[in-house]
Design a binder for this molecule. Structure first.
Ligand code: SOE
Length: 384
């Protein structure tokens, strides 16, 4: 059967541009039953030499150096936004007005107000949309969601998550520009809260439901940095580290920590969920493993068991190799791209939609406000 085409226009050729391109490139081989196939139609970035090389490397048929031109093209169905956070609103709103479907890299926006405007415009335009929160689509994380949804854990008491890195410890690192825009509050909106905790919050909302209120503390360890473009020393406006605790709608308590100053940790994302009957824990460094303690096991063999998530019965794994053989980080993007194509077929939304990603923004904003004002803050999250 001839497949329908989804002609992709990618904007941004950094780290995320590569992960998404790799995701689209692998779909047709590994998800052969989808009715749609992605077509790498065009890629856009300001530097012509670099964007041309990127197009050749990743198989895009053409390139642009102005995103407005890419959006105006009739031969693009979906715009994939992989540019820094300060461009998400402008590009996605323009793309929606041009009637394009939109895939936007996380976090949705810099601020809640910006995110609300995006959701309003995208929903008014009625275009299909999704936000890339890739970690949900690692098979072990999806399995954790399935186990919680099955009721096996019973009542949930605790949800805790960490996302620890160490790449910004040096005071010599500049802020702003390629590579270091995540340190510049103007470009990023916030520091670890929007960049790293947003992942933890998205996974937590998805698995454990709405977060009602938060109490947070943040710290900026390095107070001044040189701006890459101006060369001027500037005040640092981002949170270098953030801790918060919260209540979930289901009555459980949440504890979250993120920093880019945990020497030795490059990308340690972990979560643990404790329920009445069973607990689950997961660690990105061993991403195909889900650990579970089940109190229903016979007492003499009761203990933490280690589930290697590589079996064809487990989420997404029927698409890959044979049981026991692993997949990696990049597959989370293949899965999200495949789920987006599948959603075109079924007419269902592809979660997290912009509206769902806005709920993560609400938690992020409440966290930042709580830390600034030293007060508990309601999130006003609407979940689901
Ligand atoms: C930051 O270092 C970063 O690249 C985030 O921007 C990503 O979202 C995260 O997955 C890994 O770390």
């Amino acid at each position: 059967m001839e497949k329908k085409k989804l002609r992709i226009g990618l904007i941004g050729t950094g780290f995320m541009g590569r992960t998404h391109s790799n995701g689209f490139n692998r779909i047709t081989n590994f998800f052969p039953n989808l009715a749609y196939e992605p077509v790498m139609q065009a890629v856009c970035s300001r530097n012509e030499e670099k964007v041309k090389a990127f197009a050749e490397q990743w198989g895009y048929a053409s390139y642009e150096t102005d995103w407005r031109k890419l959006i105006a093209r009739d031969d693009i169905d979906a715009v994939d936004i992989c540019t820094p956070n300060d461009t998400h609103a402008e590009i996605s709103i323009a793309a929606a007005k041009a009637g394009k479907m939109i895939l936007c890299e996380k976090p949705l926006s810099r601020t809640l107000a910006e995110g609300e405007e995006m959701v309003k415009e995208i929903e008014a335009a009625g275009v299909k949309n999704t936000t890339w929160y890739n970690y949900r689509r690692l098979p072990a994380v999806t399995l954790a969601k399935q186990i919680v949804d099955s009721g096996k854990l019973g009542r949930i008491f605790h949800y805790r998550a960490n996302f620890l890195q160490d790449w910004t410890i040096s005071p010599d690192l500049p802020q702003g520009g390629a590579g270091t825009w995540r340190l510049d509050v103007e470009a990023a909106g916030s520091g670890v809260t929007g960049d790293l905790l947003a992942h933890c919050i998205d996974t937590a909302l998805w698995i454990n439901g709405g977060i009602t209120d938060v109490s947070a503390m943040t710290e900026t360890f390095i107070k001044e940095r040189v701006h890459t473009e101006s060369g001027q020393v500037q005040k640092v406006g981002i949170d270098d580290a953030c801790l918060f605790h919260c209540h979930f709608e289901n009555g459980s308590l949440g504890l979250f920590e993120s920093t880019r100053y945990a020497r030795g940790h490059k990308a340690l994302y972990t979560f643990e969920i404790n329920g009445e009957h069973a607990s689950l824990r997961w660690d990105l460094h061993d991403l195909n493993r889900l650990e579970m303690y089940d109190h229903a096991d016979e007492s003499i063999v009761r203990g933490w068991k280690s589930i290697l998530v590589t079996d064809g019965d487990q989420p997404y794994m029927d698409k890959w190799w044979v049981p026991g053989l692993s997949i990696g980080y990049e597959h989370s993007f293949v899965h999200q791209a495949a789920d987006f194509l599948k959603s075109l077929e079924t007419g269902e939304p592809c979660s997290p939609t912009f509206r769902e990603a806005l709920q993560t923004q609400k938690v992020c904003e409440a966290v930042i406000d709580s830390a600034k004002q030293k007060q508990w803050k309601d999130t006003n999250v609407e979940w689901p």
